[in-house]
Design a protein around this ligand. Structure first.
Ligand code: HPA
Length: 246
């Protein structure tokens, strides 16, 4: 049976529409997750919510304990994960305010604890990561987009950067040449850790600014916050619609 978790990112530290059933502090071999796991009901379906940056949004992208977060979800029986993420739009069709459902990743992060395949191994294994996102879950998200009459970008390469600073214009130019369509700071190693533990993982990305050098002016926190405020309303609508399908 499917057990769905939502990892909320910047702008989504809780879902007020969710009726809370329980709030569980999980201890993992990798330390504490970013927040407790909140079990609740949304659209009459039970889901688990985890605040990626902590309940008060105080954990920056490079300090998130991704291993603990994903382990905690797995330990309570989660099978499917929707990662909600704020991104900068690189592709001209991903302007601020538009949702994108990426289908590929390029990882530019470094020095993050990025794997469970480490010590005390009986043998070394290598997970297949050809398709970082689960296609069935992605298709359900895309169907939910249609059902909500939203105009989302249906694919795209998510470039995961280290942060917490934003990129230079040259870095974004290079990322575009590499094939990136959007840029965010939390997509990795979250996706590969989910794959290592056998969780179905898909991303609902909200563009909250033009990536560096793509807009008319420098990026401000005010514009990001404004885009988040408006865009997260659609993201929540999408999640409700998705829940009716899983
Ligand atoms: N770059 C990296 N991460 C981001 C951005 C960006 O422009 N916007 C939101 N998250």
């Amino acid at each position: 049976m499917t057990k769905l978790a939502i990892i909320g990112g910047t702008g989504l530290t809780s879902i007020d529409e969710m009726q809370i059933v329980s709030n569980e502090t999980v201890i993992t071999p990798y330390g504490a997750p970013s927040s407790s796991l909140v079990t609740g009901k949304l659209a009459n379906k039970e889901i688990i919510f985890l605040a990626r940056h902590g309940n008060d949004h105080t954990i920056p992208p490079h300090k998130i304990n991704y291993r603990s977060n994903i382990w905690a979800l797995k330990s309570v029986g989660v099978t499917d994960v929707i990662a909600v993420a704020a991104v900068g739009g690189i592709h001209e069709d991903i302007p601020p305010g538009r949702i994108a459902i990426p289908d590929q990743i390029i990882d530019y992060t470094y020095s993050r604890k990025h794997t469970y395949i480490e010590d005390n191994l009986s043998e070394v294994t290598h997970i297949d990561f050809t398709h970082p996102y689960n296609e069935q879950l992605r298709q359900k998200l895309l169907q939910a987009v249609i059902d909500c009459n939203l105009d989302a970008y249906n694919e795209g390469v998510y470039g995961a950067t280290q942060g917490p600073r934003l990129e230079t214009a040259a870095e974004i130019r290079r990322m575009q040449i590499d094939g990136c369509d959007m840029v965010g700071m939390t997509g990795m190693p979250e996706a590969s850790l989910s794959k290592e533990l056998g969780l179905n993982y898909a991303c609902c990305a909200l563009s909250v600014n033009w990536a560096a050098g793509k807009g008319k002016s420098e990026i401000t926190m005010q514009e990001i916050e404004q885009a988040i405020k408006v865009g997260m309303v659609s993201v929540k609508e999408l999640l409700v619609s998705l829940l009716l399908k899983v």
